[in-house]
Every structure is written in C-alpha cells, then in structure tokens.
Write a protein that binds this ligand. Structure first.
Ligand code: CP3
Length: 347
C-alpha cells in the first residue's frame, strides 16, 4: 500500500498537530457534479454502486474537481438491508423504496446475517480499486448507516418526515426492535471491518435520523449500537460517528472509542467543544444551504467556523450532505476557504 501524501484527516483524528484542518464534504460524490449527472444518464443507481469501475470514477470526481482532502467511497447505506435479503429500489429523484418492509418476528428471523463480505464484494472491490487509483493522494473513507437509521428504512420502507411507523415499532415491540437493531449492528461491524481490509483508511457511521429520537429514546435505540460499532471497529481504523440532530448525546459519545464526532449545524462549536471536554476530534458543521450564498459570504463564514472550532482536532465539513443545486464553484469556495485559512495562519 502506498504511503499517504496527504494525511491531514488521519492526523486530525489522532489528535496530532496539523498545519491546517482537513476538509471534505458529506455526499461530495453526487448530483451537483456535471460529470456525475452524465454517468447517471447512462447507468441506473445500483449499476453505478455495484460496478467497481464506475464507483471508483465517481469517488474520484470530487478529489480531482473540488480538491477535498479525502475520498468517500461511492455507495449507499441501503446496501446493508439489501445484503440482509431485502429488496431496495432507488427511484430517481424520489429516493429509496423498500417494498417488503419488516413487520413480524419471522421477518427479522429471515434476515441474512452471514457472508456480508462476500455479499457486498462489489463494495470491497470498489474500495481496493479506488485505493489503488488514488495512489496515496488522499485517504479513503468507508461508511455504513447506523442501526437506528437503517431500522427506519427497513420498517418504514421509504423516507419520512416523522418516521412514526419506525418509532411505533420501537415503542410497541421494543424486544423485536432490539433484536433487529442487534442484527444490523452485527452485520455492520463485519461490513466495516471488511471495508478497512479492502483499503478504507477510516470509516464513518451515518445516523441520519437519530435526531428524530428524544434524548431518552436515543439512549435506548441508537446509542448502545453506535458504541458497539465504535468499540469493535476502532481496533482496526478510526471511526467517526455522525448522529445528526443528537447534539444532546455528544458528552456520552465523546467517552466512546470513536475517534471523531460529526456535527450538524444545530449546535455551536463552543457548546460542542464544551460537551466533549475538548477530548475528541469534531467534524462539521456548515449549513449545506449556506453553499447557496455568495462566495464571499461562504468564505467569511467558513473562516468564522474555523475560528470557533480551532484548527486542531477539527475536520471541516458540512453539517449534512451537499445539496444537488449547489454550484460547483461554491463547493470549491468552501474547500478553498479551509485551505486558505491554513495559509493565513502560517504567515
Ligand atoms: O458521500 C458520498 O459522496 C458517498 C456516497 C453516498 C451516497 N449515499 C450516494 C447517493 C453516501 C455516503 C450515502 C449515504 C446515505 N444514503 C445516507 C446517509 C447520509 C445522509 O445524507 O443522511 C442516507 C440517509 C442514504 C439513503 C438515500 N440514498 C437517500 C435518502 C437517497 C435519495 C435522496 C438523496 O439524498 O439523494 C439516496 C440516493 C443517493 N445515494 C444518491 C447518491 C449520490 C442520489 C441518487 C442519484 O444520484 O440519483
């Protein structure tokens, strides 16, 4: 394996001194990039995900075109429910659809939990190929959905403003919910370890819908599983947990074996640092919609964000995925502003 020429991200995660904070963007490989849209016209979503050459090409686009300090493998969190035997459709422009949702104990028992590495062999092939093509330019990030967020899709069958069916399932049949969450956790641990073996330098766990839960319910249905994953996978590579909307859990999660915590824009850098006692690397938390503001304003607010977080133990990122209607030069301005902050602090 070639040595990394840009190891800012890994250094920041280890708490080592960096010349400037590393920067990448959640969902950086995607629909705001014209070259991605061209590929989308030719191949459907799961063809793009399951063909290592296409996944690799898409993963490299933001590295080449926007200048981020890390690549995140092009895939989706819903490959896990798929590997567990559920049908997952991606309706272009509409989002995911799982036509046969989990309803009963028998449905949970029927889920497949073995041979994840083989069943998701195409992800490992995409990682190995991308690692080779990157040739050490920047680190490669692997990822998975958190158990709670995957349960949301497996029970609800699609996106939702409230995920009330998923919650109803947890609140009325907690034993079944925990059985399902544990199965997803076990599979996710194997999957993330396999990603590291295949070339991922670190992994992120996306709990996109954890903020739907009250602090007490987060402690029941989300936190224990996030911690299990962090404990098991951290032995192999640094883990970032991103519990979107769950700023209330920062203190507890900072005591886990995770190397970093992702933040959305609902929390101030000051509060996040205070709650985590300055003991863990923080990542975030620029409002993705702010990338629609004029470039001058983006640059000013990025500078203010870094001033507030500090340059150490910090990874500049958005507070959630980049939006499809962001102009590429605005995405680039975000990345450049972080890089220029570094230049400024050197003089
Ligand atoms: O970050 C990256 O650049 C890597 C690629 C990536 C995708 N999905 C590709 C994708 C990652 C990290 C994901 C994670 C993901 N998928 C999450 C967690 C992160 C988040 O945004 O909260 C979630 C909740 C999903 C499920 C999912 N996949 C939804 C809800 C949708 C449709 C709506 C949307 O956001 O686009 C997808 C489709 C999807 N996954 C697209 C991409 C680029 C868009 C589909 C297309 O290009 O046609």
């Amino acid at each position: 394996m070639s040595e990394l020429k840009n190891d800012l991200l890994l250094k920041a995660l280890k708490g080592e001194t960096v010349s400037r904070p590393p920067v990448w963007m959640m969902r950086q490989a995607g629909r705001y990039l014209p070259d991605y849209i061209k590929l989308r016209e030719k191949y459907d979503f799961f063809t793009r995900v399951e063909t290592p050459e296409l996944a690799c090409e898409i993963t490299l686009q933001p590295v080449d075109q926007v200048g981020v300090d890390a690549a995140i493998i092009f895939s989706d969190i819903l490959v896990i429910p798929q590997a567990m035997g559920m049908k997952v459709l991606m309706e272009e422009g509409k989002g995911p659809l799982l036509p046969n949702v989990i309803k009963t104990k028998a449905d949970i028992e029927a889920l497949i939990t073995t041979e994840v590495e083989e069943r998701l062999g195409y992800v490992m092939a995409a990682l190995s190929l991308t690692k080779k093509e990157l040739n050490g330019r920047v680190p490669l990030i692997g990822f998975a959905g958190a158990p709670w967020t995957l349960l949301c899709y497996m029970i609800e069958g699609k996106g939702s403003k409230t995920f009330d069916k998923a919650k109803q399932f947890c609140f009325t049949q907690p034993e079944l919910a925990h059985a399902l969450l544990q199965k997803i956790t076990d599979v996710t641990i194997s999957y993330l370890k396999a990603q590291v073996n295949a070339g991922a330098d670190m992994v992120q766990v996306f709990d996109s819908w954890s903020g739907m839960l009250s602090p007490a319910d987060f402690k029941l249905f989300a936190q224990p599983y996030l911690i299990q994953i962090a404990d098991a996978v951290s032995k192999h590579a640094p883990v970032i947990l991103f519990p979107k909307g769950s700023w209330y859990a920062l203190s507890d999660l900072s005591k886990s074996s995770a190397a970093g915590l992702g933040l959305d824009w609902s929390v101030t850098p000051q509060l996040a640092r205070q709650m985590t006692n300055n003991s863990i690397t923080l990542q975030g938390n620029f409002d993705p919609s702010k990338l629609l503001a004029p470039i001058k304003q983006i640059k000013k607010e990025v500078t203010e964000m870094i001033d507030a977080f500090g340059t150490q133990r910090y990874i500049a990122n958005l507070g959630h995925g980049i939006l499809p209607n962001v102009p590429v030069d605005h995405a680039r301005a975000f990345v450049d502003a972080v890089k220029e902050y570094g230049d400024k602090s050197k003089v």
